[in-house]
Write a protein that binds this ligand. Structure first.
Ligand code: TYM
Length: 343
């Protein structure tokens, strides 16, 4: 059977990119799971510590994130859903893996540079001293998250592919150095949708941390504000038929991508149908599709947030289920490393 594992950070409400790049796909996969397969999803709260936070907000956001996952239709009786920090085996495995991770390969990861706001190489050399170890080592925690369950598949959006390559490199280093084959090579299961871009500045991806509220649509906002944001999305001044051209027309192409992912049609199917619309009419069409798609998550989120006791109970149960698997695998890894208590 397959073991599917993935995670999402709790900082800020889930946005349309998270939904189309991750949670919607997870939901589709979860519905089709056979009885020999398992799916494990967690709120990656430890990952949120890699950048400064308001820690009392973070506590609240962890539960909002938990409710958001359930609101996307994921059923906690079929899928194991929990908070990463409630399963200490994540960090125990991370330590072991950091001892196999090369500084050079971590240095090649692009995401920490963006988060540390470092651009050119020279600046990186200068400011490396200020970069937090946790941010730099973040991909090793992500590898531990996956390897802790010996995942066969990791369903993610495109921006996480590089981290999963590092994960496979770590598996190779670990297995080679310990002369074992205990750790599996997890496959990346890429979301069918392209990256969803920032609505105001389509040269960037849609991101939780963007301060401009108009840049993203969250699954928890009301339909009216979703519509307003889409109507205000940046497009271009090119005249004539609408075309899908991510290089020259990132704004229009992003709207087409969103329309494609929310209506389950391919880009090729859509383009002939919309090419003669005005930009305004395209936006109306996309707004209708987004509002329709997010209506149910939106309703369920409100309902779940009104039941904090239920959320708490489910997350405790989820952590217990995850720990049962995690502790067994961790023991095996530590045993391979000579760290067991047997005589
Ligand atoms: P995070 O929290 O940034 O994003 C969660 C998921 O949403 C996808 N995503 C997007 N997809 C399309 N367009 C976008 N604009 C967009 N923004 C985000 C991401 O690809 C991801 O699948 N490091 C991870 C969390 C993590 C994890 C893991 C994932 C921690 N441990 C182990 C898989 C396995 C992260 O920060 O995702």
């Amino acid at each position: 059977g397959s073991m599917l594992v993935s995670g999402i950070q709790p900082t800020g409400a889930f946005h349309l990119g998270n939904y189309l790049g991750a949670t919607k796909t997870w939901h589709t996969i979860a519905r089709k799971l056979d009885s020999s397969s398992q799916m494990i999803l967690f709120i990656a709260d430890l990952h949120s510590l890699t950048v400064p936070q308001n820690y009392s907000d973070l506590k609240k956001q962890r539960f909002e994130a938990y409710a958001s996952l359930l609101a996307c239709g994921l059923d906690p009786t079929k899928v194991t859903i929990y908070h990463q920090s409630a399963v200490p085996e994540h960090t125990q495995l991370q330590w072991a893996l950091t001892c196999f991770a090369g500084m050079g390969s971590l240095n090649r990861m692009t995401q920490w540079k963006a988060k540390a706001d470092l651009k050119g190489d020279a600046q990186i050399q200068n400011e490396l001293g200020a970069v937090k170890l946790g941010l730099f080592a973040y991909p090793v925690l992500m590898a531990a998250d996956v390897l802790l369950f010996n995942a066969t598949h990791v369903p993610v959006g495109q921006d996480q592919a590089q981290h999963l390559e590092l994960t496979r490199d770590l598996v190779s280093a670990f297995n080679k150095q310990t002369k074992t084959k205990f750790l599996n090579y997890p496959k990346t299961l890429m979301a069918p949708s392209n990256r969803i871009l920032n609505l105001r500045d389509p040269s960037k991806k849609m991101s939780k941390s963007d301060g401009d509220e108009l840049s993203k649509i969250t699954i928890t906002e009301d339909g009216k504000s979703m519509r307003t944001k889409i109507m205000k999305a940046t497009t271009d001044s090119i005249e004539g038929p609408l075309t899908f051209d991510p290089e020259q027309r990132p704004g229009i192409s992003n709207l087409i991508t969103i329309y494609s992912a929310t209506t389950n049609q391919t880009i090729e199917e859509i383009v002939p149908k919309i090419k003669d619309l005005s930009k305004r009419d395209l936006k109306e069409l996309v707004a209708d599709a987004v509002v329709r798609e997010l209506q149910e998550p939106n309703r369920m989120y409100k309902e779940l947030m009104a039941s904090p006791d239920l959320l708490h109970k489910l997350s405790v149960e989820g952590a217990e289920k995850a720990r049962a698997v995690a502790s067994k695998n961790l023991k095996q890894v530590y045993k391979i490393l000579g760290m067991d208590m047997e005589k």
